[in-house]
Write a new protein. Structure first.
Length: 326
């Protein structure tokens, strides 16, 4: 009986060790697979960030040169094209200046840059939270972005089109950028549409307009019903129209969030009326918080000499308020 008991124990131990030997590699392989998937996903985000910026610049200059050297001369007189060119230069300058300032001031979203100015206005009661990635204390109203590799104070969202996070320091440039992007895309759509109506399809009713849509144009080109040049212009027309609509919607949403004293992240993540006060008491305070003094002039000329204006209440809200969802 003792021998049988010893054999049973030995078999049990052998089976236990064998199960460990086989399950250990399975767990390790699963962990490696998850790490590889995270790495691939992270690299995809990085490439999307770079690709978004490149596509934005290509679209800005591509549409401008298409209208200046191809579509406008084909349908209008030189003096009319000259006026279009002048307006196009204004749009290009507005887009590029605000785009560059957005990128430059994205580094100013670091909460540490705001501590000194906030200390003058009020006393921060909360110690904040510890950011493992930054290895330091960060305000509760900041959120870490792995793509930007920093905590972003009053983060709205990460924009892949402009390649950085929208935060308290650069939101003013982002709002102006999307407004002028909508205007520029609308102007581009108009000139491209005039060209297509003259040289491709003049009868848009009742269903002729379908030929101007990118998917239909590509299919017609594949089956040899349309030339490549007109197909490419139809694709650009669809891109311009979609960009104009999306940009003006985005501009409206950004102004809505700003005038109500929240970010996109706060508005859609936090139970704002219970757990988080809005930044600023009036529309004027909220606009000055983002654009500084003389906020309306920023839509024409960036007023870098007038930085964000924080009141004591706004400063306390940024550095002392908290939510269980943050």
């Amino acid at each position: 009986m003792a021998v049988v008991h010893v054999e049973i124990v030995a078999l049990y131990l052998c089976s236990f060790s064998l199960s460990d030997a086989f399950s250990g590699p399975r767990i390790l392989r699963k962990s490696n697979f998850q790490d590889n998937m995270r790495l691939k996903t992270w690299r995809a985000y990085e490439w999307a960030n770079i690709g978004g910026v490149v596509c934005t610049l290509l679209l800005i200059f591509g549409i401008y040169f298409l209208i200046l050297f191809y579509t406008c001369p084909a349908i209008y007189q030189p003096d009319q094209c000259a006026r279009a060119n002048h307006f196009g230069v204004v749009i290009i300058l507005e887009l590029l200046v605000n785009f560059l300032l957005f990128i430059i001031y994205s580094r100013h979203n670091d909460p540490q840059r705001w501590l000194q100015s906030v200390a003058v206005l009020t006393t921060v009661k909360s110690a904040g939270k510890y950011c493992l990635e930054c290895n330091r204390i960060a305000p509760l109203r900041s959120h870490h972005c792995r793509l930007c590799n920093m905590c972003v104070l009053r983060k709205d969202h990460h924009c892949f089109v402009t390649g950085a996070c929208v935060g308290i320091a650069n939101q003013r440039f982002f709002i102006v950028f999307v407004l002028w992007a909508s205007i520029g895309a609308a102007v581009g759509s108009f000139y491209i549409l005039m060209y297509l109506l003259r040289y491709m399809e003049s009868n848009i009713y009742p269903f002729g307009w379908l030929k101007l849509l990118a998917p239909v144009a590509v299919i017609r080109w594949i089956i040899s019903y349309e030339i490549f040049t007109n197909t490419a212009i139809c694709v650009l027309f669809s891109i311009c129209t979609a960009t104009s609509v999306v940009a003006i919607i985005f501009f409206g949403l950004q102004m809505f969030y700003t005038l109500n004293g929240y970010t996109m992240y706060d508005y859609h993540t936090v139970s704002r009326k219970i757990e988080l006060r809005s930044d600023g008491e009036t529309y004027s305070e909220r606009l000055r918080m983002i654009f500084g003094h003389y906020w309306a002039i920023n839509f024409i000329i960036p007023l870098l000499c007038f930085p964000n204006q924080l009141t004591a209440d706004v400063a306390r809200n940024l550095f002392s308020s908290y939510s269980k969802d943050m």
